[in-house]
Design a protein around this ligand. Structure first.
Ligand SMILES: NC(=O)c1ccc[n+]([C@@H]2O[C@H](COP(=O)([O-])OP(=O)(O)OC[C@H]3O[C@@H](n4cnc5c(N)ncnc54)[C@H](O)[C@@H]3O)[C@@H](O)[C@H]2O)c1
Length: 328
């Protein structure tokens, strides 16, 4: 049994990790201020504490009282466009939040920390990017994620913890159980937008820029299914604990799909035409981003179950249908 704290565990990705680690017989504690998350995503067996990670005293007490040995730190604001408009809000929440959380681990039982970073930190570096590719965030959100990485690294020796920085690419899909998925309407990921439009009589999707230097002019991303991503957390937590070492790893499937390819796949599966509106390209948008994951594959036996576009689209759409039923 392990006592694992998941910050941001009432959010989209955190709730999937919580579910998986609960089923592996861990005690799961969640801190979330519910700015974006929801208690509806939580299993009754998790210990939920509504709290902001910036609150050093409260967080420290939670760590000590519950003898937390591992932290999976996901709490963050995640909207790129919002971060361009509200830089200070993002810096306070994501950077100061991480700093305070890490400071609270001093003289605690915490031995392992997993941190959710983002492919955004590579900016427009040439894909496929590996962990040594040039780091060049081009928006405030990605910059906050990079600063978070630096904080995690800086204190690891002093506060005696192993860390694993996981740089997620674009996360999509929902749990095969149908119990959890994205419920926050502020989530603006492509899969969420298309899947919710797909339920309408006349689906319509905006494309922000269609004359980039890519195969069809639209942006390219490496999508990873949330269940496969959750399993990396389980495997890497065990790995850093056993090896007593720290790592930084890309988390994707190593394959890029364009926005148009994703839309076309949805059309095929929902058997409906999706109307496209071309809009101006957005500020801070990365054009091509996909991963090299050889480092991850060398370290652990990760057997992804959803690594094709068909499965990812079907999973996202199935969840959206379920959500509609739940809301009725
Ligand atoms: N979704 C993706 O494609 C993606 C890609 C790369 C990285 N990430 C990272 O993964 C993590 C989780 O993302 P998500 O998509 O599940 O987003 P999400 O918004 O669903 O989850 C984030 C959770 O953190 C909580 N939170 C935010 N600030 C907090 C604070 N100060 N104190 C306590 N709780 C706080 C929110 O209420 C929310 O429940 C984030 O750190 C994000 O940067 C996500």
């Amino acid at each position: 049994m392990k006592n694992i704290l998941i910050t941001g565990g009432a959010g989209y990705i955190g709730s999937h990790i919580a579910e998986l680690l609960l089923n592996k017989n861990n005690n799961i504690f969640i801190i979330d201020n519910l700015a974006r998350g929801s208690k509806k995503l939580l299993n009754k067996r998790v210990f939920f504490i509504k709290q902001n990670i910036v609150n050093y005293e409260k967080v420290k007490k939670i760590l000590i009282q519950n003898k937390i040995d591992s932290i999976i730190h996901l709490a963050a604001l995640t909207d790129v466009q919002d971060s361009e408009k509200n830089k200070l809000k993002y810096f306070k929440n994501n950077i100061l939040g991480t700093q305070k959380l890490i400071e609270a681990t001093e003289d605690s039982y915490v031995k392992n920390i997993i941190y959710s970073s983002s492919a955004g930190i590579y900016g427009n570096s040439k894909s496929p990017v590996n962990e040594n590719s040039k780091i060049k965030p081009i928006n405030n959100y990605a910059l906050t994620k990079l600063k978070g990485e630096e904080i995690i690294k800086k204190y690891s020796k002093k506060f005696k913890y192993n860390f694993c920085i996981l740089r997620y690419f674009n996360v999509c899909g929902a749990s095969p159980s149908g119990k959890i998925g994205i419920i926050n309407n502020k989530n603006k990921s492509l899969f969420k937008i298309i899947a919710s439009q797909a339920l309408k009589k006349n689906p319509m999707v905006n494309i922000f820029g269609n004359n980039f230097k890519t195969k069809d002019g639209t942006c390219i991303r490496d999508y990873i299914h949330v269940s496969d991503l959750a399993s990396i957390h389980n495997l890497m937590l065990k790995y850093i604990n056993k090896k007593n070492k720290s790592y930084t790893l890309n988390c994707g499937y190593g394959k890029g799909y364009s926005v148009l390819e994703v839309i076309k796949k949805f059309e095929k599966i929902i058997k409906k035409k999706i109307k496209i509106k071309i809009k101006k390209k957005r500020k801070g948008e990365i054009i091509v981003s996909y991963s090299n994951i050889s480092k991850l594959q060398k370290l652990i036996k990760w057997n992804p179950k959803f690594n094709n576009l068909n499965k990812m689209v079907k999973s996202s759409f199935a969840w959206e249908k379920k959500l509609l039923k739940m809301e009725k």
